[in-house]
Design a protein around this ligand. Sequence first.
Ligand SMILES: Cc1cc2nc3c(=O)[nH]c(=O)nc-3n(C[C@H](O)[C@H](O)[C@H](O)COP(=O)(O)O)c2cc1C
Length: 200
Amino acid sequence: MSNKILVVSGSASPVEASYSAELAKKFIEEYKKLNKDDTFEYLDLNEIAMASKTLTRSNMGTYFNEEDSLKYISQLKSVDKVIMVSPMHNFNVTALIKNYLDHILLANETFSYKYSKKGDAIGLLDHLKVQILTTQGAPYGWYLWGNHTEYLKGTWEFVAAKVNTPVLLAGTKTEPLNKLTPVDAVKTIEKEIQAAAKIF
Ligand SMILES: Cc1cc2nc3c(=O)[nH]c(=O)nc-3n(C[C@H](O)[C@H](O)[C@H](O)COP(=O)(O)O)c2cc1C
């Protein structure tokens, strides 16, 4: 059986200089070697109007509309797997990713409190398997309170998706990675990428 995979990319870097774009490329390459019949849809959030819309007091009433919200929720319901790509921006995911999540995390569409025990939501995307691919300028551990990788894992688990082992390329702004091209930097975690691709 072949799977449909949605790749959601939220890097604001120029593609040629983007570590996360290279990480996604490499992961997909490895995944395709093992899953030749799977098909891919790509969502570059730089090109999607909804990902530049922030929820404010003035748009609260119209934010969750057909075009910006329900269409992308339907897309998530139409695929089997999601690959989410995000660098760290100020200790969290990029605003593009946050705006995307703000549009698709909608009660009674992707999660529900209706049939849950007190304080416990029910995720409605339990058909999804998710691969998180992240980058950050600082090496892992410099500030563990800012952990966009864990934030994404918890968020997808909240909607009941099964999250595969995330792959984080950390330290893109420090030595030795900042002296390497994105291609060579990603090579330093090649084994980790292959291992994750194998079980995704
Ligand atoms: C606006 C902005 C904010 C950033 N904030 C952080 C941060 O809080 N922590 C960090 O480790 N790196 C931070 N970085 C560095 C990026 O995470 C890193 O350069 C990343 O590799 C860039 O995206 P890319 O992987 O698509 O090239 C920031 C970069 C930018 C442009």
